[in-house]
Write a protein that binds this ligand. Structure first.
Ligand code: XMP
Length: 310
C-alpha cells in the first residue's frame, strides 16, 4: 500500500538534504509530474527554488499561459524561457522518431544547462516517473527526461539532478497531488509527453506542421472531454491522401485520432468511442483545418502499439 503521507515527508527531507545551502531549479512543463515535483521542492526549500518553463513552441494551445498562471497562483517564482526557434532548428531535416527524440532531449538539457549557468544554480529537480525509466531502459523509447538510468551523467550538462517521483507510477503521483492540495486541473490533468507535439507530427517537425496538429488536438480534447479517458489526442501523418475541398481535388494531410484508457501508461486500451463523437471529431477536423482531407481512428491497444506514435 502506498503511504502518501510518509512519501511526502521523506521526499521533503531528501530534497532538503540534496539542496543543502544551494539553490535549485525545477523544470516545469505544467504536467502533473513536473508540477508535483515543483511543489514538493517549494514545500521543502521555499525561496531556494526557481521554476523554469521552457517554451519550445511544441505545447498545446494556451498551455504556456496556463503553466505560468498555475505557478504564479501557487506563489512559485518562475522564469519563462522562449526557445521556440532553437527547438525548431534542431528538428530541421529529421524524420526518424528516435533521432527526433534524442534531438529534443539534447536541446532540452542544453537549454536547462544554459539557464542553470546564467542563474549560477547547479541543482535541478525533474518529474521523471517510473514508467519513463522502465520504457527507456528497456529500449522501447528514449524518454526525454531519463539520463542517469541509461548511463548518461547529467553533470556533462553542468548540474546534478534529483527525481523525487522516480519510483512512482501515475496513480500514485495523482495521490501526492491530492495530498499537496493541488487544484483538480493539475491533479487530474491528462498526461502529456515532455517532447510534446513533436511526437505527434510524424516526419519533420516544422512550425506549420505543429500548428496543424495543435488545432486538431484542441478539437479532439474538446469533443472527447466527456469521455473522461486517460489520454486523447491527434497525430499528423507524414503521408498525404487524395480528398475534395470546395469541389476540387486536393492532395492533403491525414490526421489520426487516438483515445485510450489506461491506469499507468504501461498498457492501454483503445476506447470504443460512440460513433457520433468520432463523426463530429472528423467533421470538425476536416472542416476547420483546410489542409486536412482525411481523419482516421486508431483501434490498437498497447501492446502491440505504444500510446504515442513515436
Ligand atoms: P508510450 O507512447 O510509450 O507512452 O506508450 C507512455 C506514456 O508516456 C508518455 N510519453 C512520454 N512522456 N516524455 C514524457 O514525459 C517522453 O519522451 C514520452 N514519450 C511518451 C505518453 O504520452 C504516455 O502517457
Amino acid at each position: 500500500m502506498f503511504d502518501v503521507e510518509a512519501f511526502v515527508e521523506n521526499s521533503l527531507e531528501d530534497i532538503r538534504q540534496f539542496v543543502g545551502e544551494n539553490r535549485i531549479i525545477s523544470a516545469c512543463s505544467g504536467g502533473v509530474d513536473s508540477t508535483v515535483t515543483t511543489v514538493l521542492v517549494q514545500k521543502s526549500v521555499g525561496e531556494k527554488l526557481l521554476a523554469v518553463f521552457i517554451n519550445d513552441g511544441l505545447r498545446r494551445k494556451g498551455e504556456p499561459e496556463f503553466v505560468i498562471r498555475t505557478l504564479n497562483n501557487l506563489g512559485i517564482r518562475t522564469k519563462l524561457i522562449d526557445a521556440k526557434e532553437e527547438f525548431f532548428a534542431v528538428f530541421k531535416g529529421k524524420t526518424d522518431a528516435e533521432k527526433k527524440r534524442k534531438a529534443f532531449r539534447e536541446k532540452f538539457y542544453k537549454t536547462l544547462g544554459r539557464v542553470a549557468h546564467e542563474e549560477q544554480i547547479n541543482y535541478i529537480a525533474q518529474g521523471t516517473i517510473k514508467a519513463d525509466v522502465i520504457e527507456t531502459v528497456k529500449g522501447i523509447k528514449s524518454q526525454h527526461n531519463v539520463l542517469e538510468q541509461i548511463g548518461i551523467n547529467p553533470e556533462i550538462y553542468g548540474y546534478k539532478i534529483i527525481e523525487p517521483l522516480r519510483n512512482l507510477f501515475k496513480p500514485e503521483v495523482r495521490k501526492v497531488a491530492h495530498e499537496l492540495g493541488l487544484p483538480a486541473d493539475i491533479s487530474e490533468r491528462m498526461p502529456f509527453p515532455g517532447p510534446a507535439l513533436s511526437l505527434r507530427v510524424l516526419g519533420e517537425v516544422t512550425p506549420q506542421r505543429i500548428e496543424i496538429v495543435r488545432r486538431a488536438t484542441q478539437i479532439v480534447e474538446e469533443e472527447a472531454e466527456q469521455l473522461k479517458t486517460f489520454q486523447n489526442f491527434a497525430v499528423l501523418h507524414n503521408d498525404k491522401a487524395t480528398g475534395i475541398k470546395n469541389g476540387k481535388r486536393v492532395y492533403g494531410n491525414i490526421i489520426t485520432v487516438r483515445i485510450v484508457d489506461s491506469q499507468d501508461a504501461v498498457t492501454a486500451r483503445a476506447r470504443q468511442v460512440p460513433y457520433e463523437i468520432l463523426a463530429r471529431i472528423s467533421d470538425r477536423i476536416t472542416g476547420e483545418i483546410s489542409s486536412v482531407v482525411r481523419c482516421l481512428y486508431d483501434l490498437t491497444d498497447k501492446p502491440p502499439s505504444t500510446i504515442e506514435f513515436e
